[in-house]
Design a protein around this ligand. Structure first.
Ligand code: FES
Length: 305
């Protein structure tokens, strides 16, 4: 069976799809108000500039792999100390699994469609693997049940790896957790290019323009014009259809908020900043260029003269 058939089969499971909305709503309800949003930002990894979830998934995967190796060596009679090492690795992996689950379900609640359905299967497999490892953890403590406990951890290892396989597809196939504005600089306008007549911009009204095949959202605010990529870095939502929240623009899809000034993340779920553009006015036209030259020219969004 090819990879795509596996992913398509999972994505078409109606029972999975039907479960996504109620679970998402339950997760959203866990983060009420500003304090909830701060916690949610922390779990997404906005402070890290990168999703936190994949950092934590390495803990159970690594620890449980080590446990399996130590169990095998113990079985060969290499050393009795290996048994204690394997048991410690199982427990350490369980701690990592809790952090991985909390961050994962938070990220998952801000996804949509096919990725969300496959993501739910990924989560269910992780629950199954973690349950098996939990049972193994306790059975290993009893001499008479140790062999059964090791068997459960081996089954858990197989399921955890199947889940990791789906997790890899969610990132590389469904593009969840990647920066949706990470286009090569070569596709960006290096020199100033005309975007729109200045008189076409209204105060506090996001306006989409296309420059050199690049979609940009322009915002005129308090006498300045700001330019950001019109594509939300989270999952590619149209920032030009978003609304202003203070000095940030809020994505209409999952409410990420990105600062107009420099694109930094004010609120997640995105953990990546928005791509910014230099702005200048020439002969009544708003001109923009990629801000990759900003460090060289120290240029910043200019006043709408
Ligand atoms: S696409 Fe998800 S917040 Fe913009």
């Amino acid at each position: 069976m090819s990879n795509e058939i596996i992913f398509d089969t999972i994505a078409k499971q109606e029972w999975l799809e039907a479960a996504t909305d109620p679970i998402s709503k339950a997760v959203h309800n866990l983060f009420p108000g500003d304090a909830g949003r701060a916690v949610k930002n922390a779990l997404h990894g906005t402070w890290l500039g990168h999703p936190l979830h994949p950092v934590l998934t390495d803990i159970p995967v690594g620890a449980w792999t080590l446990a399996m190796v130590l169990d095998a060596l113990d079985g060969l009679g290499a050393s009795k100390d290996l048994r204690a090492g394997a048991d410690f690795a199982i427990g350490f992996g369980l701690l990592g699994a809790v952090g991985s689950a909390v961050t994962g379900v938070t990220d998952w609640s801000e996804t949509d469609g096919r990725g969300k359905t496959i993501g739910l299967m990924h989560g269910l497999l992780n629950v199954a693997a973690t349950s098996l490892y939990t049972a193994s953890h306790f059975m290993r403590k009893k001499k008479t049940k140790r062999s059964a406990g090791i068997a459960l951890s081996m089954l858990g290892f197989a399921i955890a790896n199947a889940s990791a396989y789906l997790g890899g597809h969610l990132v590389f196939g469904e593009q969840i957790g990647v920066d949706h504005t990470a286009t090569p600089d070569a596709t960006q306008p290096e020199e100033f290019r005309a975007a729109i007549g200045e008189d076409k911009l209204s105060e506090n009204t996001p306006t989409r323009v296309e420059v050199q095949d690049t979609a940009v959202v322009l915002v005129k605010r308090h006498g300045r014009i700001f330019a950001l990529s019109a594509t939300c870095p989270h999952l590619g939502g149209p920032l030009d259809e978003g609304k202003l929240v203070g000095d940030a623009i809020q994505c209409p899809w999952h409410a990420s908020e990105l600062a107009l000034e420099d694109g930094h993340v004010v609120n997640g779920p995105t953990t990546f900043p928005a791509r910014c553009y230099d702005v200048r006015i020439r002969n009544g036209m708003v001109e923009i260029r990629s801000a990759s030259k900003q460090a060289i020219t120290a240029s910043s969004p200019v006043a709408a003269a």
